[in-house]
Write a new protein. Structure first.
Length: 157
């Protein structure tokens, strides 16, 4: 399962410190993830706005402000999605409060169906009549699921 991780911060040093911390977690094998760099990284955005000093219409009495929003994106492949998301949210809340994290889960239906079909292939099961009826019902249910997925895949073709 792939996760597209977008990390935002107004402070560039806190963003780099968060990334160093995340890479250190990954290198220590605390979390089991595979990192990929995203080719089309989002450019840093600059926001400018003006505030009037006086309550009346005085165009010359105004202040200009600007801030930059620094962005990094990572593509992560993991099978421990809940562990990764909860750990990142805890680290972000406790250690890096000025860093915002957005998750986008990328899910491929075809790869999911392919792995599911490999696991519930009827040729891999040995069906015996001596087993209890509960086990027999489960085996028949897996065969039913296998057949429905195969029919849906044949309709797509």
């Amino acid at each position: 399962m792939f996760i597209l991780l977008s990390i935002y911060s107004k402070n560039q040093t806190s963003l780099t410190n968060f990334l160093k911390f995340f890479y250190k977690l990954n290198s220590n094998k605390i979390i089991n993830v595979h990192l990929f760099t995203v080719q089309h990284s989002v450019a840093n955005k600059t926001f400018r706005f003006s505030v009037l000093k006086s309550p009346h219409v005085n165009k010359s009495a105004q202040e200009q402000f600007e801030y930059k929003l620094f962005t990094k994106r990572l593509k992560i492949k993991t099978f421990q999605m809940t562990k990764l998301v909860t750990m990142l949210k805890l680290v972000q809340a406790k250690l890096f409060s000025d860093v915002d994290i957005n998750f986008k889960i990328l899910f491929s239906q075809n790869s999911f169906e392919k792995t599911l079909l490999e696991k519930i292939n009827p040729n891999l099961f040995i069906f015996s009549l001596s087993k209890t009826s509960c086990v027999s019902k489960k085996l028949l249910k897996t065969f039913d699921i296998y057949g429905e997925i195969q029919m849906q895949r044949n309709k797509k073709i």
